[in-house]
Design a protein around this ligand. Structure first.
Ligand SMILES: Nc1ncnc2c1ncn2[C@@H]1O[C@H](COP(=O)(O)OP(=O)(O)OP(=O)(O)O)[C@@H](O)[C@H]1O
Ligand SMILES: [Mg+2]
Length: 687
C-alpha cells in the first residue's frame, strides 16, 4: 500500500506536533518544515502528495510556498492554513498558487482529516491525469512520427507508381505489338511472305536495310532469300553460313560470307541473327540452320535498340520459319511419294478399313476410268458394285494383319490384288491398306492357252495314232470292197458290199475330221466354210456324249458360210454340246440348230438341264470358272469359245432358267451362201 507523503509548513512547533499526532492514526507520512527555505529545499528534493502551508510564515507567505510547490510539482495538492479569512489572501492564493482548500485555525480534526483525504484523492487524480497526459503526448508523438513516415512512403510510392505506370504502358504496347506480330506470323505459308513481314517490322529502323535469309530448302538445298525492290528473290547459295550460338553485329566473317555469295561489296556492317530450328522428330540432330542477315549503318546505341527489338521477336520468328520449312518439306516429300506412286505402271490405291478409297495413283484413275475416287468405295469404282468384289483379299488382310493376295475381275480384265496393311502405330490394328492391282488377264489367258494346247497336243497325238492304226485296215476294207464291187454282178450282195465300202469311206472321213480337230494351232488359216459343215464334222465326236439323250439336229436349209479356222470352230461346237450334255443329269433333249438372220449365221445349242443360277451367269465365261468337281472341268471351255468367236468377229450369248435349261447362241458374220449343188452334196454326205 502506498503511504502518501504530506509536507506541513508552519513556524509554530505546537501546530506541527498536533498535526503529527493527528496523522499518526492515518496511513500518511508527515514531513514538516518550520522555515520557508527548509520547505523549498524539501520540495526540491522530494515530491509530496499534499503540501499544507501556513500563510503567516516569517520569510515568506504560505502562498509563496504553495506557488513554489506548484511550479515544482503541479500534481501536489495545495492547502493554505490561515488564521482568519482575508479576501486579499484568498485572491493571491487563487491567482498564484491554485489552492485546493483553505483551512482556518483552529481546525476541526475530523474535518482536517477529511480535507487531507480529499486532497490526496485530488493528488491521485492529478497524477493519473498527468500520466494520461504523458501517455497521450507520447502516443501523439508516435502518431505524428508514423504519419510523417507514411506520408513519405505514400509520396515515394506515388512516384514509383507513376513511373511504373509509364513503364507498364510501354510494356503493354510492346506486348500488343508482339502479339500482333505472332498473329501475322501464324498466317504465313512461305519464306517469301516471312521475309515480307520482317521487312515491314524493321522499317522503323531507318538505317537497317531489308533482310537476307539463309536457309536450307528441302528441294533445292542452300538458299539466300533477298529483296530486289519489293520482290523477294531466291538465290542458290553455295553453303549456308551458320554460327548458331548468338546474335552478332559487325563481324567481318558474316560480311565476307555475304560478299562471297552475292559477289558484291557490303559497305555497311552486317548483323547476323541465327534462327534456332527444332530438333527433327526421332532425330538427335537439329534441322539445318537458318540465319537472318541485316546490313545496317546503326550507331552503337541504335544497334542495342535494334538488338533488343530483334531478340524479342527471335523465338516466334524461329518457330514460324521452322513451321514453314517443315510444311514445305512435307509437301516436297509428299510430292515425291506421289510421283513415285504415279511412276508405277499398275494401279495403286490407299483403302480405308471400310473399303473407301483415300488416295490413289494416276494409273488407278486412268486405267480404271475412275474420275472421282476419293470417298468412294473401291468396289463401286472397280466393278460398279455395292458389295465387295469376289476374290478381294482385303478382309483377310484385315483379320490377319498380314499382306494378302487375291484375284478380282473387272469386265473382261482380271486383276491380281496385292493388299498390304498400313499400321501407323505399333498396335496390331491396321488403319488402312495399300492395294496394288496387277492386270494379269494376258498372263492368265496365256496360261489357259497353254493348258488347252497341251490338251490338244495330247488329243492330237492320240488321234494321230488311232487314225494311223485305223486308216490301214479301213483302206484294206475299202479296196477289198471295191474289188468285190467290180467283180459282183448287180444285186443284193452288190448293194451290201457297196454299203460296206461307203461306211468305210465315212469312217475314213471321220478320222480325217478328228485329225483336223486335234491339229490345233498348227493350221492358222481362216477359210470360208458353212456353219452346217462345222456342225456335221463335229457330231461324230459327240456321239458318245449325246447317246443318252434325245437329240434334235436342225440344220438350216441354206448353207450359210462363215470365215473361220474350222478346227477352232469345231472346238466351240464341241464345248457347247458337251456342256449341254453334262448339264442334264437325267436323260433330256439337246437341240443343235443353225439359222441365218440379218446377215448373221447363228448356232443354237439348247438343253433341258439344270440351268445356270443368275448369280454366276456373269462369271461362266471367265477362265477357270467351273462348278464342276475338281478334275472334272478346267473352266476353260467357255472362255476359249468366246475368245475364238470374238476372234472371228462374232459373239456369244446365254439365256438360262434354273431347272428348265439353257440356250447358248453363237452369232458369226455371214460371208456367203454355198452354191445349191455343193450344199446338197454336203448334206447327203452328212446324212
Ligand atoms: N449348258 C449349261 N448348263 C448349265 N451350266 C453350264 C452350261 N454350260 C456351262 N455351264 C456352267 O459354266 C461353267 C463353265 O463352263 P466351261 O465350259 O467354261 O467349263 P467346264 O465345263 O466347267 O470345264 P471344261 O469345259 O474345261 O470341261 C460350268 O462349270 C457350268 O457351271
Ligand atoms: Mg465345258
Amino acid at each position: 500500500m502506498i503511504s502518501y507523503k504530506i509536507l506541513w509548513i508552519d513556524d509554530d512547533q505546537a501546530i506541527l506536533e498536533s498535526a503529527g499526532r493527528l496523522f499518526r492514526q492515518h496511513p500518511w507520512t508527515l514531513c514538516t518544515a518550520a522555515k520557508a527555505d527548509d520547505a523549498r529545499e524539501l520540495l526540491l528534493r522530494e515530491t509530496f502528495a499534499v503540501v499544507v502551508a501556513d500563510q503567516g510564515l516569517q520569510a515568506a507567505t504560505g502562498v509563496d510556498i504553495l506557488e513554489f510547490a506548484k511550479a515544482r510539482a503541479p500534481t501536489t495538492t495545495r492547502i493554505l492554513l490561515t488564521g482568519g479569512v482575508e479576501m486579499s489572501v484568498i485572491e493571491q492564493a487563487v491567482n498564484r498558487g491554485h489552492v485546493f482548500r483553505f483551512v482556518t485555525k483552529p481546525w476541526n480534526n475530523d474535518q482536517l482529516v477529511v480535507d487531507i483525504a480529499k486532497a490526496i484523492e485530488h493528488h491521485k487524480l492529478k497524477m493519473a491525469e498527468s500520466s494520461l497526459l504523458r501517455e497521450i503526448t507520447l502516443q501523439n508523438r508516435k502518431y505524428e512520427q508514423l504519419t510523417s513516415g507514411l506520408e513519405q512512403l505514400v509520396n515515394e510510392r506515388t512516384v514509383t507508381a507513376e513511373r511504373s505506370k509509364v513503364e507498364v504502358e510501354k510494356q503493354l504496347t510492346n506486348l500488343r505489338e508482339l502479339v500482333r506480330f505472332i498473329k501475322d506470323l501464324s498466317n504465313l505459308t512461305s519464306p517469301d511472305e516471312l521475309m515480307g513481314l520482317i521487312r515491314k517490322e524493321v522499317r522503323a529502323f531507318h538505317d537497317v536495310r531489308p533482310p537476307v535469309l539463309g536457309y536450307v530448302d528441302a528441294e533445292r538445298g542452300p538458299m539466300l532469300l533477298y529483296f530486289h525492290g519489293k520482290q523477294a528473290i531466291a538465290h542458290l547459295a553455295r553453303v549456308i553460313w551458320s554460327n548458331r550460338s548468338r546474335i552478332r553485329s559487325g563481324e567481318e566473317e558474316d560480311r565476307n560470307y555475304l560478299m562471297s555469295e552475292f559477289g558484291r561489296t557490303f559497305l555497311n556492317k552486317v548483323l547476323a541473327v541465327p534462327l534456332k530450328r527444332r530438333a527433327a522428330a526421332g532425330d538427335h540432330e537439329t534441322e539445318p540452320p537458318a540465319t537472318l542477315f541485316f546490313e545496317h549503318a546503326l550507331a552503337d546505341e541504335g544497334v542495342d535498340r535494334f538488338l533488343s527489338f530483334i531478340s524479342e521477336r527471335l523465338q516466334p520468328l524461329s518457330i514460324a520459319l521452322d513451321r514453314i520449312l517443315l510444311d514445305l518439306h512435307l509437301k516436297y516429300t509428299s510430292r515425291q511419294w506421289e510421283s513415285t506412286f504415279d511412276g508405277i505402271k499398275d494401279p495403286i490405291a490407299v483403302i480405308d478399313r471400310d473399303f473407301t478409297v483415300v488416295n490413289a495413283n494416276r494409273h488407278f484413275c486412268s486405267d480404271l476410268d475412275a474420275n472421282r475416287i476419293a470417298g468412294r468405295p473401291c468396289h463401286q469404282i472397280l466393278a460398279s458394285s455395292e458389295s465387295m468384289c469376289r476374290g478381294c483379299p482385303v478382309p483377310t488382310t484385315l483379320t490377319t494383319g498380314k499382306p494378302q493376295k487375291g484375284q478380282i475381275r473387272r469386265g473382261n480384265r482380271i486383276y491380281e490384288v496385292l493388299s498390304y496393311p498400313i499400321r501407323l502405330h505399333d498396335n496390331l490394328i491396321s488403319t488402312s491398306f495399300i492395294n496394288h492391282y496387277v492386270d494379269v488377264t494376258e498372263a492368265r489367258e496365256l496360261d489357259g492357252r497353254m493348258v488347252q494346247n497341251e490338251k490338244m497336243a495330247a488329243i492330237g497325238l492320240l488321234a494321230g495314232n488311232i487314225a494311223h492304226e485305223l486308216n490301214n485296215p479301213l483302206t484294206g476294207i475299202r479296196s477289198l470292197a471295191q474289188v468285190l464291187l467290180a467283180e459282183l454282178p448287180p444285186g443284193q450282195l452288190h448293194d451290201d458290199i457297196n454299203e460296206v465300202e461307203r461306211a468305210a469311206g465315212r469312217s475314213q472321213k471321220i478320222i480325217e475330221n478328228l485329225l483336223d480337230f486335234s491339229r490345233g494351232g498348227t493350221e492358222e488359216r481362216q477359210v470360208r466354210i458353212s456353219l452346217n459343215e462345222i456342225v456335221r464334222r463335229t457330231l461324230p465326236m459327240l456321239k458318245t456324249a449325246i447317246r443318252e439323250h434325245r437329240s434334235e439336229i436342225l440344220l438350216c436349209e441354206q448353207e450359210g458360210e462363215i470365215r473361220v479356222e474350222p478346227h477352232l470352230m469345231q472346238q466351240v461346237v464341241f464345248n457347247l454340246v458337251n456342256n449341254a450334255c453334262q448339264a442334264m443329269k437325267d436323260p433330256g433333249t439337246i437341240t443343235i440348230e443353225t439359222d441365218i438372220e440379218e446377215g448373221k449365221c447363228r448356232l443354237h445349242v439348247k438343253d433341258t438341264g439344270v440351268g445356270i443360277p443368275s448369280e454366276i451367269i456373269e462369271s461362266i465365261f471367265e477362265p477357270f470358272f467351273t462348278t464342276k468337281e475338281k478334275g472334272q472341268g478346267t473352266g476353260l471351255g467357255l472362255s476359249m469359245s468366246r475368245q475364238v468367236i470374238e476372234k472371228f468377229g462374232g459373239d456369244i450369248a446365254v439365256e438360262s432358267q434354273v431347272g428348265q435349261g439353257t440356250h447358248f447362241t453363237v452369232c458369226l458374220p455371214l460371208v456367203g451362201i454355198v452354191a445349191e449343188s455343193a450344199s446338197r452334196t454336203e448334206k447327203r454326205a452328212g446324212a
